[in-house]
Design a protein around this ligand. Structure first.
Ligand code: HEM
Length: 416
C-alpha cells in the first residue's frame, strides 16, 4: 500500500501525520521532533488513512496482530499502480507475491519454515570468516592518501559480496548481479517516479531471467551455498516452488542492497560524530556487538512499516476498522522513554539496546537479523580498527527515500 507522492505532499501540507512522516523522511531531516509529536498524540494517532504510532508496545502489538496484514506496494493509484501490478505478475519482485514480505498464513507459515531451516544461526556463523576476509579485501583497496566516499567503496559493497556468497553467484556473474541489484533496489521504497519505476521494472525482468538460468545451474551442480540448500529443503515432503525460490533470492539480494548498507553508513556517521563512544569501543572491543544494536536503535535502516486491517480489531484498546492502514514507526518506537532511558542519547554501553524494533516483530520478523548484526559488527569494527583517524568530510547526504533511511554519500578522510 503506497499513496502517490502528490497525495502525500498534499496531506503533509494539511498537517496529516502520515504524509508528514514520509515527506520529512525523504528530505533527510532530523525526525526526532516529529516522533515526539506523534507519541504525544497517544498510543494510536489518527491519520487520513488510518492510524500511526510512535510507542514501542503498540508497534509490537500491531506487528503481532493477526487481523493486520502486510500489503504489496502499489506505486500509487491509477494507471501507474495498475501497470505495476500487471508488469510484476510474472516476474520476481521483492515486494510482490510470493515475496515472504507480503504473503500471510497459511502460505507464509510453510514458506517461512522452509527458509528458516536454511538461514540458521549456524549458517550465519559459518559466513563470519568469509565476511571478515571480504571486509579486509575492501579495506586493502582503499588508499588513505585520498578522500573516499565510503558508501560507494565500502558500505555498499560488503553486504552484496556476502549475499553473492549466500546465493552462490559465480565470480564471472558478480558484476551483473551487482548492477541488477542496485538498479532494482528502489522497488523497496515508496513513491517512485515514473522514470525510476520503468528502470526498476526492466531490471527486474532481466534479473528474473538470470535467476532462472542460475537456479538451473545450481540444480545441475549444487554448491556449498544457502541457495543450493534452499532448493533441496523439504517440509512434510514439499519444497519451495520455483517462484518462491526466485522470490526469496530476489528479496535477500534487495535486502542486502538496501538495508545493511544503511546500517554500515549510519554507524560510521554516528560513531565519527561521537568520538567518546569510539574511545569506549577502543578500550572495550567486546562492546562492538552492542554498539551495532545501538546504531540500529538510534538510526534504523528501515524507518517504518505498515499493515492493512483485514477485519475489525483493537489496538491499544482503540477500534481499528477493515481497510484502515496502520503504520508502525519503528524509528520512533526505538526512542520510547518508557523503554529506553535518555532515549535520544547514543550510548554503546546501553544495556537494553537490543530491545529496539528495527528488525520488526512477529511473523515477519527480519529473516536476516543475525546476518545483518554479524556484517554490521565486522564491517564497523574493521574499518575503525584499520583507519583510527577516520573522519567525515563535508558533503555527506541522505538518500531521498521514504521508508529506508541511509546515506547516499559519506565523503571521508582515512588519514590520521
Ligand atoms: C523482513 C529490517 C537485513 C531479509 C524485515 C523487516 C524489517 C527488516 C523491519 C520486517 C518488515 C515488516 O514487518 O513489514 C532489516 C534491517 C536489516 C535487514 C534493518 C539490516 C540492518 C536483512 C538481510 C536479509 C533480510 C541481510 C537477508 C537475508 C529479510 C526477509 C524479510 C525481512 C526475507 C521478510 C521476512 C518475512 O516476511 O517473513 N527486515 N533487514 N533482511 N528481512 Fe530484513
Amino acid at each position: 500500500h503506497a499513496l502517490p507522492r502528490t497525495v502525500l505532499r498534499m496531506q503533509a501540507r494539511r498537517g496529516d501525520l502520515q504524509g508528514r512522516i514520509t515527506v520529512e523522511a525523504s528530505t533527510g531531516a532530523d525526525l526526532t521532533g516529529l516522533f515526539d509529536e506523534i507519541r504525544a498524540r497517544g498510543p494510536l494517532a489518527a491519520t487520513k488513512v488510518g492510524h500511526t504510532t510512535a510507542r514501542h508496545a503498540v508497534v509490537r502489538e500491531i506487528l503481532t496482530n493477526d487481523a493486520l496484514v502486510t500489503t504489496r506496494p502499489r506505486y500509487g493509484a491509477g494507471i501507474l499502480g495498475k501497470l505495476a501490478a500487471w508488469s510484476a505478475r510474472d516476474i520476481t519482485h521483492p515486494v510482490q507475491p510470493p515475496s515472504l514480505l507480503v504473503v500471510e498464513p497459511p502460505q507464509h507459515t510453510r514458506y517461512r519454515k522452509l527458509v528458516t531451516r536454511v538461514f540458521t544461526a549456524r549458517a550465519v556463523e559459518q559466513l563470519r570468516e568469509r565476511t571478515q576476509a571480504i571486509a579486509d579485501e575492501l579495506l586493502d583497496s582503499l588508499d588513505p592518501a585520498n578522500p573516499v566516499d565510503l558508501i560507494e567503496t565500502y558500505c555498499g559493497l560488503l553486504p552484496v559480496t556476502v549475499i553473492s556468497e549466500i546465493l552462490g553467484v559465480p565470480p564471472e556473474d558478480r558484476a551483473t548481479v551487482l548492477a541488477l541489484g542496485g538498479a532494482a533496489a528502489p522497488s523497496l521504497d515508496l513513491g517512485l517516479s515514473w522514470r525510476v519505476f520503468r528502470n526498476v521494472e526492466t531490471t527486474l525482468s532481466t534479473f528474473d531471467a538470470w535467476l532462472t538460468r542460475h537456479l538451473d545451474a545450481l540444480r545441475a551442480n549444487p554448491g556449498d551455498n544457502l541457495l543450493s540448500r534452499l532448493i533441496t529443503a523439504r517440509e512434510d515432503g514439499a519444497g519451495l516452488t520455483d517462484r518462491e525460490l526466485k522470490s526469496t533470492a530476489g528479496l535477500v539480494l534487495a535486502a542486502g542492497f538496501e538495508t545493511t548498507v544503511n546500517l554500515l553508513g549510519n554507524g560510521i556517521s554516528l560513531l565519527t560524530r561521537n568520538p567518546a563512544q569510539l574511545e569506549t569501543l577502543r578500550s572495550r572491543p567486546e562492546l562492538w556487538g552492542n554498539a551495532v544494536d545501538e546504531v540500529l536503535r538510534v538510526d534504523p535502516p528501515v524507518l517504518m512499516t505498515g499493515r492493512m486491517c483485514s477485519r475489525d480489531t483493537t489496538i491499544a484498546g482503540i477500534p481499528v476498522r477493515p481497510g484502515q492502514f496502520v503504520t508502525a514507526v519503528l524509528a520512533a518506537a526505538n526512542r520510547d522513554p518508557e523503554v529506553f532511558a535518555d532515549p535520544h542519547a547514543f550510548d554503546v554501553t546501553r544495556e537494553n539496546a537490543r530491545d529496539h524494533v528495527s528488525f520488526g516483530a512477529g511473523r515477519h520478523y527480519c529473516l536476516g537479523a543475525q546476518l545483518a548484526r554479524m556484517e554490521g559488527e565486522i564491517g564497523l569494527r574493521s574499518i575503525f580498527e584499520r583507519f583510527p583517524g577516520l573522519r567525515p568530510l563535508p558533503g555527506a547526504h541522505r538518500r531521498p527515500t521514504r521508508i529506508l533511511r541511509g546515506f547516499e554519500r559519506l565523503p571521508t578522510s582515512l588519514r590520521s
